[in-house]
Design a protein. Structure first.
Lengths: 442, 227
């Protein structure tokens, strides 16, 4: 899950929890508030009644011993004053039902007794509970709506801010780590951020890249220099052998040995040239400006390689659209890429086997498949076939030094072609070249 | 024909000289650029072989001097630094060919002859071999005026290369280097030369016996021409 999503999710969840707790508490809170408010009001009314009694005497309420009672028209408030027989002091507020004109209504009732003119009186002031709690429902809804609105607003704000604050991270990943042609990262560009952690990350990644780049550069330079330096001594040896071979007084036996030396020297030469080629490709010393129909390129390869087919009686078929043209490639390299793949398909094939070179549309891109009916590659060998100098058990019998597929891979990477290999032991292999759109014109 | 060899590796310069002497060229050798520069300014040569990697001189400067003082000479660059831009610059500066080290001496000779033919536009280059006429200009083999049409480009290349080095045994390594040298692959022993020779013999046999194409047991092949 994305960091941004995680942050937003956490914010939303934590706020939701707070809201739920709050919403659950709301009725209790409002009831308490309302109760306190009602009690307050009852006490004020009590004070007013008592003040009136003190100022004007009990007569203003009770005359001739009749009890006093007063209701508002909808019976939500009442006041009653009566002579009381109870001796103890009473000053309580309780919820009690009262029957008024045939209706039973629950009131919050303040009961207070007091003595005036040596007589005890009981004062009751009541407010109907309905009117006490009347405001709590709308208040609850309003509070709930405000809360929801606030949550939505803060979640949006969080989302916006986390997007803003995490943007440099995305940029670091996008510009520094993915979509780069390894190990050519190009020049360093600082990612704009005010977050010191990201700045630190950016600088660390940059340092790491520099180290990797230097190591790669050194390795490439070494391979390039080593192969160049080897060329001259090889050249001298080759000339000496060739000249010795020409000497007329040379007996057959040393001649055969010279021939052997020549073959071994050729092997050294091939390895050196191949290493040099790989390092030149990796140093991007080739231009990609050629274009040619793929089937023509394959025809040229066929002309070179057809001599190798009859030995094992291998049948070879090509199914490539005639109008499929490779553009922006290096012809020499593309030739070598297909040559090596087809040459391998011949070398590791069986008697009466076959080879097919097919172009197909797959997931909206062009792929070229080189399918052989050969000895195949075992599953445990498959991950290592592109390693330099890696000789698989199956290839030991063959004349190779383990650089054919590394060349193929270097050339493919140089042209941004992806290679996928499927193989089944003793059944054959399929090398799939996934060609990027810009290499194909049709 | 006069050849100036400019090569700082004495071992290689010596072998070049021996080989070219055997091919009836007259050679002079310089081991550094300064000496070469003086020789270029004074003498006239038919061929100048320049190693680009000289310790005291930029080989490309030497090439410019050669173009100026020896405009008729055929210049061939020999170099261990097979960088693409070197090659392009060398050819831009007027080199006639470019041979990356390590190269076969036979290849060098064949290039020298090819350039001579190209440069001086030699007339129809025909060789008669036991009834077969090999036309090196049009790259055709014919027998009694009838073209052997089945011969492929590769096969003709092999015949022409052996014919150029006639009466000399060419090993399989030398032949495969000539026809597959530019392909980078990971076979180190290709005996497909045998298959090519077999095919050539079969195709020619349909017209007449190609006795001149000899197998030298255990060594290689040669084209025998009685002189």
């Amino acid at each position: 899950m994305k960091l941004r999503t995680k942050l937003t999710l956490f914010n939303t969840l934590s706020k939701l929890v707070i809201v739920i707790i709050f919403v659950l508490l709301l009725p209790v809170v409002f009831q308490t508030i309302n109760k306190n408010y009602a009690d307050n009001r009852l006490h004020k009314d009590e004070d007013k009644v008592l003040q009136t009694v003190r100022d004007q005497g009990i007569k203003s309420y009770i005359q001739n011993g009749e009890s006093y009672g007063s209701y508002t028209p909808i019976k939500d408030v009442y006041v009653s004053l009566d002579e009381d027989t109870l001796a103890e002091n009473l000053d309580t507020i309780q919820n009690e039902p009262r029957k008024v004109d045939g209706d039973t209504i629950t009131y919050r009732i303040l009961s207070h007794n007091f003595a005036v003119d040596k007589k005890n009186y009981l004062l009751e002031i009541g407010i109907s509970l309905d009117s006490v709690n009347e405001t709590s429902r709308p208040l609850q809804s309003i509070a709930f709506m405000i809360l929801v609105a606030m949550i939505v607003l803060t979640v949006l704000a969080d989302q916006f801010y986390s997007t803003y604050v995490l943007r440099p991270l995305g940029q670091i990943i996008k510009t520094k780590l993915i979509g780069q042609k390894f190990p050519n990262f190009g020049s360093y560009e600082k990612v704009q951020t005010s977050t010191s952690d990201f700045e630190y990350l950016d600088i660390s990644i940059h340092k790491m890249i520099k180290t990797i780049e230097n190591t790669f550069q050194k390795e490439r330079e070494f391979i390039s220099n080593a192969s160049h330096e080897l060329m001259t001594p090889i050249s001298i040896l080759q000339s000496k052998i060739e000249n010795m071979f020409e000497q007329e007084d040379l007996a057959d036996e040393p001649k055969t040995r010279l021939l052997e030396m020549q073959r071994i020297l050729n092997r050294l030469k091939s390895i050196t040239k191949t290493l040099l080629l790989i390092s030149q490709i990796e140093n991007e010393q080739f231009l990609k400006e050629d274009s040619m129909p793929l089937h023509e390129l394959l025809q040229e390869i066929y002309d070179e390689i057809s001599i190798r087919l009859p030995e094992k009686n291998i049948s070879y078929t090509v199914d490539i659209p005639e109008n499929m043209v490779l553009v922006g490639v290096n012809k020499f390299l593309m030739f070598n890429l297909f040559f090596n793949l087809i040459n391998n398909a011949i070398k590791y094939n069986r008697e009466d086997g076959d080879i097919k070179v097919v172009a197909a549309r797959e997931n909206n891109t062009w792929v070229v498949l080189i399918i052989d009916s050969g000895i195949g590659i075992s599953a445990e060998d498959l991950p290592f076939i592109f390693n330099r100098f890696k000789k698989l058990r199956a290839s030991l019998k063959q004349d190779s030094f383990g650089l054919g597929l590394p060349i193929v891979q270097s050339i493919a990477a140089f042209h941004e072609i992806k290679i996928e290999v499927q193989s089944e032991k003793d059944r054959g292999s399929v090398f799939k070249l996934i060609l990027p759109d810009f290499l194909i014109k049709i | 024909m006069n050849v100036l060899i400019i090569e700082d590796e004495k071992g290689l310069a010596d072998e070049l000289e021996i080989f070219l002497n055997n091919c009836n060229y007259v050679c002079e050798v310089c081991f550094n650029g300064t000496a070469a520069s003086e020789k270029i300014a004074v003498n006239l040569y038919d061929f100048i072989l320049i190693d680009l990697g000289l310790p005291d001189y930029d080989g490309l400067d030497l090439l410019k001097e050669a173009r100026k003082n020896n405009p008729e000479a055929i210049c061939i660059i020999l170099t261990a630094r097979a960088e693409v831009y070197d090659r392009i610059r060398g050819l831009d500066l007027g080199a006639d060919d470019y041979l990356p080290k390590p190269f076969s001496l036979l290849e060098l000779q064949s290039r020298m002859q090819a350039i001579t033919r190209r440069k001086f536009g030699l007339k129809q280059n025909l060789v008669d071999l036991g009834g077969f006429v090999i036309n090196l200009t049009d790259r055709i083999i014919s027998y009694n005026g009838v073209e052997v049409g089945t011969i492929t480009k590769k096969e003709f290349d092999l015949v022409a290369y052996m014919l150029l080095h006639k009466n000399r045994t060419l090993t399989r390594s030398q032949l495969s280097e000539h026809i597959w040298g530019s392909i980078i692959n990971d076979d180190y022993d290709s005996n497909y030369i045998d298959a090519h020779i077999k095919n050539i013999r079969k195709k020619l046999n349909a017209y007449g016996p190609p006795d001149w194409l000899e197998t030298v047991r255990g060594l290689g092949y040669k084209i025998k021409v009685n002189t």
